[in-house]
Design a binder for this molecule. Structure first.
Ligand code: CAA
Length: 402
């Protein structure tokens, strides 16, 4: 009989994060909406939400994050053989965001390039595909660049308004996982056809059945946990399975959702005091999300970067679980081991300093920007500004500049 070879190690080699340079302070929004600030800040667990300018979209955010991930790992764009952008706020029904990113970053012309979609799960679908591509040997020494990029947008004065945000997280995936070695074969999935959150083709704003979406998230988490435990060959009746993880990172539409998720997961795991482990296992992952807001496909990986940068303990050599949730729904729980030096690599991104340097938008300006973004697809060209940005739309073609 042929000998079964164990799969190659695969995981995340480097990370890059990009968010808009402006934000709305939730205390300002609460005052403008006649709501107690405590509802947004303590009740939802959000203090600021990133707001993109008219020159920013999923392409510019993805390209900026991708550029940082490549620079952080000193990775040549020519070594990328697979480029996938997971997004639910793409800019074209045919041309993928990844294709624009390929042009902006000079990624190899022999790369396989495409977009994935399943709400906030899109980047995790891409990550899992990239990991299997590396493990199978099909990568032939090349690396994958997987990016989650989104502009989370609900209508003005809707219940979803305080849970907006925008950003991108880029992951270089390879057989040299200098950030996280992802466990092969250990993963749990739960999926179901529901309408908890959606965005019809004709709308810039997402629609959501808010409280129902929370219960769908928790159902997906529970299903994925049961499936993960099965993949690990564990006895379903034994309590304390999740104690094998030093930290659990959740998809963060708003910080309070991660707390609800942790309570639910630990209760499913037989923990009568699920809050007791929250500060140790979850809190460090919520620092960045509370300052950025939701960024859909990027949200889980923004939270993962936050965990590495803000955990007091060095998690090198420790096991971490990640739960990805995409409305509609598909949820996946997977895990990995943090690499030696991962904390230093993520801290070297100096993301805290970038967040501190952002501009606080007055509410009137934010509302005007939201209206102006409605017309972004027809925006006339202007070459003002610098850096990676949308110059405008000419003859139905989006034109970007570095
Ligand atoms: N002080 C402290 N807390 C307060 C408060 C005050 N003065 N006033 C209210 N609160 C608390 C409430 O008790 C509540 O906490 P609990 O959930 O722990 O009970 C919290 O603040 C929110 O209050 P409400 O439930 O009354 O808020 P709401 O009905 O206006 O809307 C929401 C909340 C449904 C999350 C809404 O913001 C929304 O629809 N958001 C978008 C949907 C979403 O993010 N869903 C998450 C799951 S789906 C997903 O994860 C995919 C994705 O990315 C979209």
């Amino acid at each position: 009989m042929p000998r079964m070879e164990s799969p190659r190690a695969a995981g995340i080699e480097s990370i890059g994060i990009a968010v808009p340079d402006a934000y709305v302070d939730l205390a300002d929004l609460a005052a403008a909406r006649g709501v107690e600030p405590a509802k947004y800040i303590a009740g939802l667990g959000v203090t600021r939400m990133a707001i993109p300018s008219v020159r920013e979209d999923a392409v510019t955010l993805a390209a900026r994050a991708g550029e940082r991930a490549l620079a952080s790992g000193a990775i040549d764009p020519a070594s990328i053989g697979l480029l996938i952008v997971g997004t639910e706020t793409g800019v074209d029904h045919s041309k993928p965001v990844a294709s624009f990113v390929q042009g902006l970053l000079g990624v190899s012309r022999s790369a396989r390039v495409f977009e994935t979609k399943h709400a906030c799960y899109a980047a995790t679908a891409a990550l899992q595909m990239a990991l299997d591509w590396v493990r199978s040997g099909s990568a032939r020494g090349k690396k994958a660049l997987v990016i989650g990029a989104d502009v989370a947008r609900y209508g003005l004065r809707t219940p979803g308004e305080p849970t907006q945000g925008a950003g991108a997280a880029a992951l270089v995936v390879s057989d040299s996982p200098a950030i996280l070695a992802v466990d092969a074969g250990l993963s749990g999935v739960a999926s179901e056809d529901v309408l908890d959150f959606w965005r019809p083709l004709y709308s810039k704003d997402a629609f959501v059945d808010g409280h129902y979406s929370v219960s769908c998230y928790l159902a997906a988490l529970e299903g994925a946990f049961v499936d993960y435990r099965r993949s690990a060959g564990a006895d379903g009746s034994a309590a304390g399975f999740t104690d094998r993880f030093d930290a659990i990172v959740y998809h963060v539409p708003y910080g309070k959702m991660a707390r609800k998720a942790h309570q639910h997961l630990r209760r499913c795991d037989g923990d009568a005091d699920p809050d007791a482990s929250f500060d140790r296992m979850v809190a460090p992952s919520l620092v960045y999300p509370s300052l950025v807001g939701n960024c859909y496909a990027a949200s889980l990986y923004l939270a993962f970067a936050s965990l590495l940068a803000h955990s007091e303990r060095d998690l090198a050599g420790r096991s971490v679980a990640l739960f990805s949730y995409g409305s509609g729904y598909c949820g996946e729980l997977f895990s990995g081991t943090v690499a030696e030096g991962a904390r230093e690599r993520v801290r070297a991104l100096a993301f805290d300093a970038s967040l501190a340097a952002r501009r606080r938008l007055p509410i009137a300006e934010y509302e005007e920007l939201m209206r102006a973004r409605e017309d972004q697809d027809r925006m006339p060209r202007s070459d003002d500004g610098e850096g990676i940005r949308l110059l405008g739309v000419e003859q139905h073609k989006r034109v970007y500049a570095r």
